[in-house]
Write a protein that binds this ligand. Structure first.
Ligand SMILES: NC(=O)c1ccc[n+]([C@@H]2O[C@H](COP(=O)([O-])OP(=O)(O)OC[C@H]3O[C@@H](n4cnc5c(N)ncnc54)[C@H](OP(=O)(O)O)[C@@H]3O)[C@@H](O)[C@H]2O)c1
Length: 228
């Protein structure tokens, strides 16, 4: 028998392209594992560059898995969220910009301090920095696949990392290799780091491996642009 749920984690996705959709699918497919760990991840909102799909009742169980699966199964490389209205059955609302941004902040202020709402940035833009900073002020946690918020102004960076326990960005380096966790552990144990050598870009690693396998660079370029 699964243990009781000890930890409920509401999550809002900023971005549901390649990475965002993979993560959504992964969350849905790992429900039994989470249940065994006493954890429930509730996806309460999913945003793209123009819209936000958000649960009607923020204190409910979030968007249901069938809806999330449909969203991820969109034939388009990037699902345009309003298309998902066809599968919405009164459990959520769609907001378009600029209301979408305001609704993300409202959601952060309702759930941030009480639940530690997690904003997961799977976009590839600097445009999320403002929302992320506001969310940090609301007590939210931030998880980044998007490296851009970490390379904005130093002031913004300091704000984002002001509560270091509330931000994670492991997948911004080395395609999710545990680089940051390993380095942090070494530093906090008091050991010095004298040199780091490696190919820390997952994208470059992928391209180089394919070239080693004899594929042409032009093929890699087309594949990475998502055209095939
Ligand atoms: N691909 C990898 O293996 C990999 C590995 C580690 C990290 N990353 C990083 O993960 C991020 C996502 O990569 P990806 O390949 O999934 O990119 P992608 O396919 O281009 O998807 C980006 C998503 O972000 C949305 N978006 C754009 N502006 C937004 C905004 N202001 N607010 C909310 N959503 C917004 C886009 O919506 P629209 O469709 O409406 O534009 C789209 O849904 C990138 O920063 C990338 O560097 C990627």
């Amino acid at each position: 028998m699964a243990p009781p749920v000890r930890s409920v984690l509401p999550v809002v996705f900023l971005g549901c392209g390649g990475v965002g959709r993979h993560l959504l699918r992964h969350i849905v497919s790992c429900r039994p594992l989470h249940a065994n760990q006493g954890v429930a991840i509730q996806v309460v909102g999913v945003a793209d560059s123009s819209s936000l799909l958000v649960a009607d009742d923020l204190h409910s169980n979030g968007l249901d898995d069938a809806l999330l699966t449909d969203l991820c199964a969109s034939p388009q490389a990037r699902p345009y969220l309003p298309c998902s209205l066809e599968v919405v059955s009164g459990q959520c609302q769609i907001f378009n910009n600029p209301e979408a941004r305001t609704k993300v902040i409202d959601t952060a202020s309702v759930l941030g301090k009480t639940t530690g709402l997690v904003l997961v940035d799977c976009s590839a833009t600097y445009d999320t920095v403002g929302v992320l900073k506001d969310a940090v002020d609301c007590g939210c946690c931030v998880v980044l696949a998007n490296k851009k918020p970490l390379t904005c102004t130093y002031e913004d960076f300091e704000k984002l990392v002001s509560n270091f326990r509330r931000i994670r960005f492991e997948s911004t380096v080395g395609a999710g290799l545990p680089v940051i966790a390993s380095v942090s552990r070494i530093i906090s144990s008091g050991d010095p780091i004298s040199r780091i050598v490696g190919s820390l870009s997952g994208t470059l690693g992928y391209v180089m491996s394919e070239l080693e396998d004899g594929k042409r660079f032009s093929e890699q370029y087309v594949r990475m642009c998502g055209y095939i």
